[in-house]
Design a binder for this molecule. Structure first.
Ligand SMILES: Nc1nc2c(c(=O)[nH]1)N[C@@H](CNc1ccc(C(=O)N[C@@H](CCC(=O)N[C@@H](CCC(=O)N[C@@H](CCC(=O)O)C(=O)O)C(=O)O)C(=O)O)cc1)CN2
Ligand SMILES: [Zn+2]
Length: 762
């Protein structure tokens, strides 16, 4: 049987972030819809051509999105809450972007954005579908059909990608307590059937339906929903269906998956290599097995020889095998060829999206015709793998020795939380319901321009520093006049909360163009953590000292925590993540000690990604939470009892990990709650969280300015769940993506709300 190559999805932002730039220009009114759609069309055409040129047989369509593929699915099904629906036709950009971003009052609207949350265990965010009991659905198939036709006209008979109905419903939230979105399955299946038959009529021979929910712990409802769904969707009117699972193994869902009448099954063999044999053994003979053998979530070159060995037997059997990345390449940077400044030795070890597709093509040649047809490439690949394994770059004996020295008391603070808080109260003398922000202030055009000029060399170090110091001073003055109680320096010197630290630690490398979409137009450039991590010198102390020197009010030292640095980097795969994380924790611990020595009374250690790093299967939780919490404590516990340790987390569902949150033993935690209207607080209240907590009252993901009343109502709700002395008042997250014009009135309203509630509480 032939071996084919397939891709599950290609990054859509463009090699130079063309989509980001076009979106932001459109939102700012600088370009019109036609120009935005032209850019989108050009990007799709270029992506299809690149995939074909790389040797990919099965190329996806409808993997493109102007914002998010889950939102695309909601709109396609007509799951549009009434206030947005009123803004225009189902497929209009007005409706689409209102759901994604909310509408601004100065433009005649005042709608909040829909909730956003993390896509499985990635740093990609999707817009959460919202449905209710009297939900009606209406199919608008323009996007998948349009993109299929567009590709066909360019000579590519693509395999359209659809998000599966069961995963879509499992990700949806109900707008009414007690309602289970999964009960809507019978209502959406006819729409999917209609869509499939129209795709088939348009010439699609296959579709890829993503059901990553199949790698989760599923209850019987979800399992039976999958059976019902695929019994309905597979049939003579549909194209053949490649059911895609990724981000983990099928494990106890394997038999279920194999019982579905689909034509193909995609497996993530990077996260769960052990599932290949049992699937091959258990599958119908005509089931096409898609082997997700190349890591779509990391940047390392594959080991070609090892993969030829592993996949050889499957390729020689009678079944059709497809070679693919483990998941969509959405999570990988686009093209290593754009990196001109990487250490050439390190560059030899890497593969980005384009290179990963080339690896697939090589692998196919090797499997089909024997390794000798790719002898040169195999030899080069083996050299790179061996060089990385043996390289001194990845091994720093001093770091190893220090990690070995860590003793249990390094992770314990000297006093229990109640006694620490008492001392901190004495020292800080804050009002009740103290107000603060999460750290960053707007990264304005001017800030980015200064940084870009500094990098290019047109602004010298002294000039750049002077600029940043002035910017920090302005932020301090603004916070003082807003009446905030605990201040921040504003993070103007940071390009990103992870990249900034990576750039100051050894063991990390950086790309020029290795952008990965985080949400909408927002991208990150995850550092590449290739070696042992050490901190050559203090990273933040001078900025903190400058800021604290400008004001009497306490300024928080501001650090990113070890788990978050780990989670948002491309991490070495030659040792356990826990080991790498401990090295980062020691570096952050030294920074905490230095900030304290410099006089910081409060140090915030952000662990925004702690929840996102949670394994998808419950059976793996304890192990992860054990080392992740220990790493946070290793970083924090060096602080004296009177130094207040804050932590911050966003988009976190804490209900099921609340014990671990408590075990972090922070003095204050700030969390995202505004969008979910304080839903999260129950967990903290029920477990009688002993420390202090700042539930976000201002949704910073949207440019909308929340009113005093609205934030006051949220605070009143929070006050019901906690002791008055326990609560802080703050936004959901940092303000770097916002403009001062929105931030100032919003924070003024926030301070006013805090004062109202203080007065009411007496
Ligand atoms: N790593 C990470 N993950 C996270 C978050 C986060 O802050 N960091 N926050 C949460 C939400 N996610 C977010 C992700 C990105 C951004 C964001 O604002 N990203 C910026 C880029 C930030 C950055 O790296 N900026 C650099 C580079 C700026 C830039 O574009 N420079 C140009 C040159 C510009 C010029 O020459 O004028 C270039 O490099 O091409 C800088 O400021 O220095 C963006 O997309 O616009 C916000 C939130 C969850 N995950
Ligand atoms: Zn945050």
């Amino acid at each position: 049987m032939p071996v084919t190559t397939a891709n599950l999805g290609f990054p859509r932002i463009g090699p130079r972030r063309e989509l980001k730039k076009a979106l932001e220009a459109f939102w700012a009114g600088r370009i019109d819809e036609g120009a935005l759609r032209d850019t989108a069309r050009r990007l799709r055409a270029a992506n299809w051509a690149r995939q074909r040129d790389a040797g990919i047989d099965v190329i996806p369509s409808n993997d493109f999105s102007l914002y998010d593929q889950v939102l695309d699915t909601s709109v396609m099904l007509g799951a549009i809450p009434a206030p947005y629906r009123a803004l225009g036709p189902q497929d209009s950009l007005a409706v689409y972007f209102a759901m994604a971003r909310g509408t601004r009052s100065d433009q005649g609207g005042d709608l909040p954005a829909q909730e956003m949350t993390k896509w499985f265990d990635t740093n990609y965010h999707f817009v959460v579908p919202e449905v209710g009991p009297d939900q009606d659905f209406t199919l608008c198939a323009a996007k998948p059909l349009g993109e299929f036709a567009e590709a066909l006209a360019l000579g590519h008979r693509t395999r359209p990608v659809l998000l599966g109905p069961v995963t879509w419903l499992l990700l949806a939230k109900s707008n009414q307590a007690g309602f289970d979105p999964l009960t809507l399955l019978p209502a959406i299946l006819p729409l999917y059937r209609e869509l499939l038959s129209r795709l088939r009529a348009a010439g699609a021979q296959w579709v890829q339906i993503d059901e990553p929910a199949l790698v989760l712990d599923l209850d019987e409802r979800a399992r039976s929903a999958l059976r019902t769904a695929y019994a309905a969707l597979c049939g003579p009117d549909s194209p053949r269906i490649m059911l895609a699972t990724y981000f983990g193994g099928l494990a106890d869902n394997r038999e279920l998956a194999l019982s579905l009448p689909v034509d193909g099954l995609h497996l993530d063999l990077v996260r769960a290599p052990e599932q290949l044999e049992p699937v091959l053994d258990g599958a119908r003979e005509d089931l096409v097995v898609s082997a997700g053998a190349i890591d779509g979530r990391n940047v390392w070159k594959c080991d070609l020889a090892a993969l030829l060995d592993r996949l050889g037997p499957a390729a020689r059997a009678r079944r059709e095998i497809q070679l693919a990345p483990s998941c969509s390449l959405l999570h990988a940077p686009i093209d290593l060829a754009l990196e001109t400044e990487l250490d050439p030795q390190l560059a030899e070890w890497l593969a980005f999206a384009v290179q990963k597709l080339e690896e697939l093509a090589l692998l196919r040649l090797g499997l089909e015709h024997g390794p000798y047809v790719i002898a040169d490439e195999l030899a080069a690949n083996a050299d790179a793998i061996a060089a990385r394994r043996g390289s001194a770059l990845t091994n720093d004996p001093a770091v190893r020795a220090r990690v070995a020295e860590v003793a249990p008391d390094w992770t314990r603070r000297a006093l229990p939380v109640e006694r620490r808080l008492a001392r901190q109260r004495e020292r800080l003398r804050l009002p009740s319901l103290p107000t603060t922000t999460i750290g960053s202030f707007p990264q304005t055009e001017a800030v980015r321009k200064a940084r870009a000029e500094h990098r290019k060399g047109t602004l010298d170090q002294a000039g750049y520093d002077a600029f940043l110091r002035a910017e920090t001073e302005r932020a301090i003055r603004r916070q003082e006049s807003l009446g905030l109680d605990v201040l921040v320096h504003g993070e103007f010197e940071r390009n990103d909360m992870v990249q900034y630290f990576g750039e100051r630690l050894s063991g990390f490398a950086f790309t020029r163009a290795g952008w990965v979409q985080s949400y909408g137009s927002r991208c990150v450039r995850p550092p590449i953590l290739y070696g042992d991590v050490a901190r050559p010198r203090a990273m933040t102390v001078n900025w903190w000292r400058h800021a604290q020197g400008l004001t009497e009010r306490p300024v928080k030292g501001m650090l990113t925590g070890p788990v978050t640095i780990l989670q948002w980097s491309f991490v070495r795969d030659d040792q356990p993540r826990a080991e790498t994380c401990r090295q980062i924790a020691l570096a952050i611990r030294d920074e905490v000690a230095d900030l304290e020595k410099a006089g910081a009374r409060i140090v915030q250690i952000d662990e925004a990604a702690l929840r996102e790093g949670l394994p998808l299967r419950r059976a793996d939780w304890n192990d992860y939470l054990g080392w992740a919490v220990a790493c946070f404590r290793l970083a924090a516990a060096v602080a004296a009892p009177e130094t207040q340790i804050h932590t911050h987390m966003c988009y976190s569902e804490f209900n099921d990990i609340i014990d671990a949150i408590g075990a972090m033993d922070a003095d204050v935690i700030s969390i995202e709650t505004a969008r979910s209207k304080m839903e999260l607080l129950d967990a903290f209240a029920t477990c009688r969280y002993p420390a202090q907590i700042g539930p976000g009252v201002y949704d910073i993901h949207s440019p909308r300015v929340p009113s005093t009343d609205e934030m006051r109502a949220l605070l009143v709700k929070a006050r019901g769940a906690f002791d008055p002395g326990q609560l802080w008042v703050n936004p959901d997250c940092g303000l770097k993506t916002r403009r001062w014009e929105d931030v100032e009135p919003a924070l003024a309203n926030m301070v006013a709300a805090a004062r109202l509630v203080r007065a009411e509480t007496g």
